[in-house]
Design a protein around this ligand. Structure first.
Ligand code: WQD
Length: 340
């Protein structure tokens, strides 16, 4: 049985992927410093899997503690979530992002080299594409340009991984996510922001719950059919399943520590369909049977007009395709939020 080390795994996407990997029969070892997640999520994950996952509270930058985990478990592959992910926060605190995301990755990859672990699935993002100058849909060869420190950390790590592939035989798939939303259909795990949510759907839920009086729609004069921005919203369970497909694809290249043939690939994870902010409001009202109050407010700095994927490569390279609708995601997310 293969052992998978999963970093930052008690957070939103990580917790869903942990369930998918454990239920596929892998031994799952989770490392998380709990800076952005709750330990209670571990109990929920274990309620959803047949075989409990192992958990270590450890910061990736703590080389000594992290190396103890590599000593204890014979790790075959790593699924790496780079940590913090709020665009706005990264502009205010860039060094927090360089330190946490980039330095954490450096320490992890150094230890992977030391312990001969070469297979890695890295969570990257559509934020690396030049959305200010290039129209969607975005393929993996769309020109890149980062406009905030969060996006830059993703690109820095991708570049680092290309070096490790060329010179140290790493086998890597970097998955570029579009906009993950929703929750596990059980309602046990999902996204529960600790602070005011920055992303659209979590904020919509807080309005529906009465924590805020209205949703601020960040302007309606964009060059889209209804004037509001368009994004590619992807169910988090589809996203989690894509990680398993990516790992299985890497596994077919071999997991032997003596195999020095490196490979690096980037793959978009999206649906290929764009949904505007106004359409999200309408779909939420339809799914929840609730009226969503909103006001048109000034633009959010740095917002791209329209961002959606060309997801064809994921189908050909990973045999993966999203299967759940935006309505499914809104419903599952709403069930989770109501259960809190
Ligand atoms: C969507 C739309 C807002 C809040 C996120 C992540 C980023 C990356 C991609 C993976 C925009 C509008 C929002 C609100 C609004 N994912 N909006 N009122 O900006 O695409 O970025 O997904 O790496 O990490 O941050 O998504 O959900 O913040 O915004 O009108 O209160 O909703 O202007 O057009 P975004 P979002």
């Amino acid at each position: 049985m293969q052992t998978i080390l999963i970093t930052w795994w008690l957070g939103y996407i990580g917790s869903h992927a942990a369930v998918v990997f454990a239920n596929a029969g892998y031994d799952v070892v989770i490392v998380d410093n709990l800076s952005n997640s709750e330990i209670g999520v571990l109990e929920k994950i274990n309620e959803l899997v047949a075989k409990p996952v192992s958990f270590y509270k450890c910061d990736l930058r703590d080389k000594i503690e992290l190396s103890k985990i590599f000593e204890t478990h014979s790790i075959d592959a790593v699924i790496h979530f780079a940590g913090f992910k709020a665009v706005g926060e990264s502009c205010e605190k860039p060094f927090l992002y360089y330190d946490n995301n980039v330095l954490g990755s450096i320490v992890l990859y150094e230890l992977m080299v030391h312990y001969g672990v070469k297979n890695l699935v890295f969570s990257s993002s559509c934020v690396v594409y030049d959305s200010m100058h290039v129209d969607p849909p975005y393929t993996e060869s769309t020109p890149l340009k980062t406009i905030n420190p969060y996006a830059s950390t993703k690109l820095m790590i991708e570049i680092m991984l290309q070096d490790l592939t060329m010179h140290l035989g790493f086998r890597v798939i970097a998955l570029r996510y579009f906009n993950p939303i929703g929750a596990h259909p059980s309602g046990k795990i999902g996204e529960s922001p600790r602070w005011v949510p920055g992303n659209l759907l979590p904020y919509i839920y807080w309005v529906l719950l009465g924590k805020y009086t209205y949703l601020s729609v960040r302007w309606n004069d964009y060059a889209t059919p209804d004037g509001t921005c368009i994004r590619d919203y992807l169910h988090v369970m589809d996203l989690a399943e894509a990680h398993l497909c990516a790992f299985q694809s890497l596994k077919s290249l071999g997991t032997e520590k003596s195999n020095n043939a490196g490979s690096f690939d980037v793959i978009n994870l999206g649906t290929g369909r764009g949904t505007s902010v106004m359409e999200m409001i309408q779909l939420t009202e339809k799914v929840t049977w609730k009226k969503l109050p909103y006001q048109i407010c000034p633009r959010r700095p740095g917002d791209a007009t329209s961002v959606y994927a060309n997801p064809d490569k994921a189908t050909t390279a990973l045999w993966w395709k999203s299967t759940r609708s935006v309505e499914d995601a809104i419903r599952d997310g709403w069930n989770f939020i109501q259960s809190l």
